[in-house]
Design a protein around this ligand. Structure first.
Ligand SMILES: Cc1cc2nc3c(=O)[nH]c(=O)nc-3n(C[C@H](O)[C@H](O)[C@H](O)COP(=O)(O)OP(=O)(O)OC[C@H]3O[C@@H](n4cnc5c(N)ncnc54)[C@H](O)[C@@H]3O)c2cc1C
Length: 437
């Protein structure tokens, strides 16, 4: 803060800031029996049982996409709308937790019941702390509250520096933390997506006091997933369509998504907690209003919920543009769409981007929309609502450009007026997007 108030001095770089929390061991007589792992935010979560976890992409296909079904306890009477989102809190695998506890030299106190209090009165506790004043353990904190498999930010390395006196580690960390070493740090950590767990295996002389757990480790964030089922069609159940994140960098071990690797490992009968949140998509009030759904890849999830609900309500004016690479490997829910078409409640248009002949241009959802420009324009004129969902890369803009093409070429609008037409649809809440990276 400049200018410094009278009497205040700049904190020297090497001085270690106080830990955010104080940890106290619970006295024998006040120890609780029940495991204490509730989050402050847990009150909004409900316990569900896994009913299905099926891979829906072809064997050997590069991407593992799952159809998951969870069942709520019927007394919870859970209600959700199409477009709503499930919030899932991952849990770290026990073996990884044990390895990390050993690396941190916390294994001998891992299961000691502790309570956590804030160090400074004017600082609130982060909401990923266990419900105060609950008892917990370090093992539980690593399972549900803090993320030791995240790619760390620069401040993590600052803490490593505070808590090592090993000459080689000090030299490396001082270099990375200097302005000149920023590129080296990027190459070591961020580009290859190295995790905190992996980094700790290389900094063996660092000793971080357990009080610093919330300063050093980021919170274990819940992840959002668009619900892929209609509540009307599937009471007490929630279905998801999830792409399991796994990719390679220059490191030997493949990188895995924290939450999706947890979901991939769930078996029927397992329990977990799910919260329901409002999403960005909502259905038109009348089932008679036509809808155009554009949902390539796992973007099909909310579209499936919308279409199931509309069909349940007796609507037949539904169009789905789905995009994938291959008709045999990753055309999610193809059989279901065929059935909806047979019942004359869906117009289904699919683009298989890699099934074309060699040398042919790849076909995407936006190309199908352009091909269908007369029909798309007719639907828009009838008041159709448009939904776009999926990857937030180039797809949403390309789809909107294709819609503008239909407005311009079939509606007879000037180029700019066609764009304004779509802007107006957005303003009127008739063009809705739910996209993620
Ligand atoms: C509103 C909303 C709805 C969503 N709905 C769905 C849905 O229906 N289905 C679904 O599958 N997902 C959905 N997602 C995405 C989901 O929330 C997670 O982000 C995703 O599943 C990854 O979580 P994770 O914990 O497994 O991965 P994380 O551990 O969080 O890792 C993901 C990170 O890894 C990096 N990464 C991933 N792939 C690569 C790569 N190939 N190369 C380099 N880096 C990479 C990126 O930085 C990415 O941010 C939705 C997101 C939002 C916001």
């Amino acid at each position: 803060m400049y200018p410094l108030p009278p009497g205040a001095e700049v904190v020297p770089e090497a001085s270690i800031p106080p830990a955010r929390v104080t940890i106290a061991e619970v006295q024998e007589k006040t120890k609780e029996q029940a495991p204490a792992d509730l989050l402050q935010t847990d009150s909004m979560f409900h316990t569900v049982v896994v009913r299905e976890n099926t891979r829906i992409t072809g064997e050997g296909w590069y991407q593992d996409v799952r159809h998951l079904e969870f069942e709520f306890d019927s007394k919870d009477d859970i209600r959700y709308d199409p477009g709503d989102v499930a919030l899932i809190h991952p849990v770290a695998p026990p073996k990884d937790i044990q390895d990390f506890l050993e690396l941190m030299h916390w294994d001998d106190v891992a299961d000691t019941p502790i309570t956590i209090t804030r160090t400074m009165e004017d600082q609130s506790l982060p909401d990923h702390l266990p419900l105060y004043p609950q008892q917990t353990t370090l093992r539980t904190l690593l399972a549900r509250h803090v993320d030791f498999r995240a790619v760390p930010r620069r401040v993590f390395f600052q803490y490593l520096r505070y808590f090592t006196s090993d000459e080689r580690e000090v030299e490396t960390l001082d270099d990375w933390l200097s302005p000149a070493g920023a590129d080296d740090l990027y190459e070591y950590c961020h580009r290859p997506r190295r995790t905190i767990h992996e980094i700790m295996t290389e900094f063996r002389n660092v000793r971080i006091p357990r009080e610093y757990i919330f300063d050093v480790l980021p919170s274990l964030r819940p992840r959002q997933f668009s619900i892929a089922s209609s509540n009307k069609a599937h009471p007490n159940r929630v279905q998801l369509c999830v792409a399991i994140v796994k990719y390679r960098t220059k490191l030997k071990v493949p990188r895995q998504g924290v939450c999706t690797s947890y979901l991939a490992g769930l078996k029927p009968g397992d329990k977990l907690r799910i919260a329901i949140q409002k999403g960005l998509l909502t259905l038109p009030p009348s089932p008679a209003t036509p809808v155009i759904c554009v949902g390539p890849g796992t973007g099909v999830a909310p579209m499936r919920a919308l279409i199931q609900e509309r069909m349940y309500d007796g609507s037949s004016s539904n169009t789905l543009y789905f995009g994938c690479r291959s008709a045999t490997k990753d055309e999610h829910y193809a059989d279901e769409w065929a059935e909806c078409v047979a019942r004359q409640q869906l117009t289904y248009r699919v683009a298989h981007s890699r099934d074309g002949k060699e040398g042919e241009a790849r076909v995407y959802v936006q190309d199908r929309i352009r091909e269908d420009a007369p029909r798309v324009w007719k639907l828009l004129e009838e008041g159709a609502w448009v939904f776009i969902s999926g990857s937030a890369n180039k797809m949403p803009a390309a789809v909107k450009a294709a819609l503008a093409y239909a407005v311009e070429n079939e509606g007879g609008f000037e180029k700019e007026a066609a764009v304004r037409y779509l802007d107006e649809m957005v303003r009127d809440g008739r063009l809705l997007e739910e996209c993620w990276s």
